[in-house]
Design a protein around this ligand. Structure first.
Ligand code: CUA
Length: 176
């Protein structure tokens, strides 16, 4: 059986494409640090957030010198806390939930892109090495002012960061 030269060429090109596609998908799955949110964060009653230990007083809490927790709420049509600041060279555990409908908590120019579901706590741990100025935006259509859901996000240089202003995780509580 004779196979035409051009047919062989196209056959080869198709094979290269298939291998390349599998390689990019494999890289995206394991190499790029992309992970799905699981149920590790637990659940919460969306209408009782003000009494919740984590969400009664949303903000940044300190675990130790380089480790912090951020408790945040997404709601129509704003985030709490607004204009979030965290220090450079830190590890941040984000705990995010929604007061009403599905939103997202997406930090521009990072790979943080969390879906935020009422009743669920989305938890993700992120390391911020370099100072940066960015924004938190919503990528899930959540109503007629969806496009106004934006607030600032800053990774502050270590020398400008003051831990004295940051409550410890032990001070977290719903009554504050
Ligand atoms: Cu919240 Cu779109």
């Amino acid at each position: 059986m004779e196979i035409h030269t051009y047919e062989k060429l196209w056959f080869g090109a198709a094979l290269v494409l298939i291998v390349a596609f599998i390689a990019t998908i494999s890289y995206g799955a394991v190499g790029a640090g992309i992970s799905m949110i699981d149920d590790e964060g637990g659940t919460v009653a969306p209408d009782e957030l003000s009494e919740h230990e984590r969400f009664g007083n949303p903000g940044v809490y300190q675990v130790n010198e380089t480790h912090y927790e951020v408790n945040a709420i997404a709601a129509q049509f704003a985030y709490q806390p607004r204009n979030l600041e965290v220090p450079a060279n830190s590890t941040i555990d984000f705990y995010i939930t929604s007061r009403d409908v599905i939103h997202s908590y997406s930090i521009v120019d990072t790979n943080v892109n969390l879906k935020v579901i009422p009743g669920q706590i989305s938890k993700v741990t992120v390391e911020f090495d370099e100072p940066m100025e960015s924004a938190i935006i919503c990528n899930e259509y959540c109503g007629d002012q969806h496009h106004f859901m934006e607030t600032g996000f800053t990774v502050v240089p270590e020398e400008e960061w003051d831990d004295d202003e940051i409550p410890s995780v032990d001070e977290m509580g719903g009554d504050a």
